[in-house]
Write a protein of this length. Structure first.
Length: 370
């Protein structure tokens, strides 16, 4: 399958600055709830010169027999945990990654950060039916932005067990329903709908949102039309919501995320190319996974690939994606894929036509620009 990995020189990136990816979004277009039906979301077909307004359930007939749809099968974990320091001060952890054994890496929100060696009590602590966490230090090094903890719950409980029992689904910051302490009257809705129907591998703190629109009816229609499916795993990190702060994009430090591509997916990619089909990535996380593999040859590991206009795509031909935050790395990725001017035009159209934005919002269908 090495013939799928092209040999090429990366062209010089097109000169863009952070301000180029800014736009004014009316707050009422930020979706706070999912649509009643997954596939009833709107789909902006941006493949032609003029955009076409559609419904997501139309997607199967817009693809071709022989195409390959590639999904991200990561599963969002209940990574948001509330607790307190030994002094009684309140804190919040967002567990970003499970390491080995009982160790995890987390963001910590607290008024005064405890020192390594401190024990914090989460969900009431072990004595109160929750669990404790020993702060081991910063991560990935002594100046790192995250914190490494060893979790101690009941005998035999893994970090995933503890999060499932005591944690809360970490909704994006622009969904303004979750209160301090995790109380949210719509939490049951999110437990189902902020998860794809094919979520399998636990480890994400954010959903691969383009895939939230797929339901059993759409998947059945795709199969009936001869469109193959495959999956990758990329555990989406909280860094996906962090804004770019440097006007010069070359100065931005991209966050790391772990990915894996199964051998069955590599075989499906090869079959797709042999039959002349197109690789259709569902979501930017799938794009980052496939293009990371194309550049490194590594089927599993960490990636901090930063895709900006001028990037030479090697694998993905078509993209299904949601509408992204202004000045975000994801705006830069879709602009690199479909062209800066066309994408900005599509965003203007979406705003004028009152599309719903971000995680629970509507979707776009894009083709790679030549």
């Amino acid at each position: 399958m090495t013939d799928l990995l092209p040999s090429f020189d990366q062209p010089a990136p097109i000169a863009h600055t952070l301000s180029d990816f800014d736009f004014a979004l009316p707050p009422h277009l930020i979706a706070q709830h999912p649509t009643p039906e997954r596939s009833a979301s709107r789909l902006l077909d941006g493949r032609a010169t003029q955009p076409v307004d559609r419904i997501f359930k139309e997607l199967p007939r817009l693809l071709r027999a022989g195409d390959l749809l590639v999904f991200n099968d990561t599963r969002v974990v209940k990574a948001r945990v509330f607790g307190e320091k030994a002094s009684g001060g309140k804190l919040e952890l967002l567990i970003e990654r499970v390491l080995t054994g009982n160790e995890v890496v987390a963001h910590m929100k607290v008024s005064k950060k405890p020192l390594p060696g401190a024990v914090v009590h989460l969900a009431g602590g072990r004595r109160g039916g929750g669990f404790d966490a020993l702060l081991l230090g910063r991560w990935p090094d002594e100046n790192g932005p995250l914190f490494r903890f060893a979790l101690h719950g009941a005998a035999g409980e893994t970090p995933y067990d503890l999060m499932e029992r005591h944690g809360h689904l970490p909704l994006p910051p622009y969904i303004e329903r979750q209160q301090q302490g995790g109380h949210d009257p719509d939490a049951a809705e999110d437990t189902e709908r902020y998860q794809t129907v094919f979520a399998r591998a636990p480890g994400a703190v954010a959903a691969p949102t383009a895939a939230l629109h797929f339901d059993d009816a759409v998947l059945t229609d795709l199969a009936a039309r001869g469109i193959e499916r495959a999956s990758v795993t990329l555990h989406v990190g909280a860094g996906t919501f962090q804004p770019v702060k440097t006007e010069n994009l070359a100065e931005h430090q991209m966050h790391h995320e772990w990915y894996d591509i199964p051998l069955a997916t590599l075989a499906a990619l090869e079959r797709c190319r042999q039959r002349g089909g197109r690789v259709v990535a569902v979501g930017t996380t799938t794009v980052r996974t496939l293009e990371s593999w194309a550049r490194t040859g590594q089927v599993s590991g960490d990636t901090n690939i930063f895709i900006t206009p001028g990037f030479q795509f090697a694998v993905v031909d078509v993209l299904v994606t949601n509408f992204h935050l202004p000045k975000s790395t994801l705006m830069m990725l879709v602009s690199a894929f479909a062209g800066y001017a066309p994408v900005m035009g599509l965003y203007r159209h979406a705003i004028a036509q009152q599309y719903r934005f971000f995680s629970y919002g509507d979707a776009m269908l894009l083709e790679r620009s030549s």
